[in-house]
Design a protein around this ligand. Sequence first.
Ligand code: UFG
Length: 329
Amino acid sequence: MSILVCGGAGYIGSHVVRALIDAGDDVVVLDNLITGHVDAVHEKAKLELGDLKDDEFMKRVFNENKIDGVIDFAAFSLVGESVKEPLKYFENNFYGTLCLLKHMKSYKVNKIVFSSTAATYGEPENIPILENDRTFPTNPYGESKLSVEKMLKWCDKAYGIKYTALRYFNVAGAHPSGEIGEDHDPETHLIPIILEVALGKREKINIYGDDYPTMDGTCIRDYIHVMDLADAHILALKRLNAGNPSDIFNLGNGEGFSVKEVLDIARNVTGHAILSEISSRRDGDPAKLIANSNRSIKELNWIPKYNSLEKIIETAWNWHQNHPHGYQD
Ligand code: UFG
């Protein structure tokens, strides 16, 4: 199969591209490199540099490449920034995907796997969270992704474009080779920041609040390895190719770790003390997010392989040690 991966030079996209190539697929990566890295793109993938919102560019990409299906990661994903600049998020995440769907419709490409998020739920009603629980995003990032899910539903009805939306929980880790991994600027995520402290690139990690209603007062999250996530995308495409209907799935390990627990495991994995300090809460952080991913396991036949936080942090540590300055190294 020939797959168009939008945002394939980014953190999650680049790992999915690897997995697709390892599975024998042909891959066209479309990326504007605003947050992506050329060096993250596998040498066997064809790279198309440009933007989803550029009509002429998109026509050329669809004319020149045979495309059987699309995986769409192209998005901004900083929750805090989205609150300050909602239009930037709706323009890129919602309007960008709208443009992509217009071209898919014109060129009769009718399968898409969409990168969605646990942020669509907002403050959860139940733990663990099920796909049909209430969706009430507390930030424009989550709202932009939920809006795309809704647009996809109507595009399926009207044009027969089949979709699978995958709602990721906290993605972490790196390819086991240590060749690709997480490199954001600015970095805002917990595990890479902790590892930057271990590397001596930062003095300490600020723990955002220890007064949440959790056992140690810090926020609880469900961490999932980026390669397990990659497997789920391949299975989701396979499921659509087998003629199954559009659907939405959670992707997490179903186990929650507090910020302090993550820190302790990282101290064990790295052998570094990793200085921390309690600071005030970060706006918009729910106390606890844990997925119920039973439907992904059953319907996608998804079997997570890196389902322990030690394994997740080990692969991330391997990447950070080999690439202390990310793709600049
Ligand atoms: N945290 C700290 N200190 C830091 C960074 C993070 O204490 O320096 C805490 C956060 O407050 C949170 C936890 O560590 O409790 C995890 O934070 P991340 O920033 O790593 O991840 P989030 O849970 O905020 O965000 C993730 C994804 C988003 C997605 C969101 C859904 O990265 O894209 O889950 O809620 F929107």
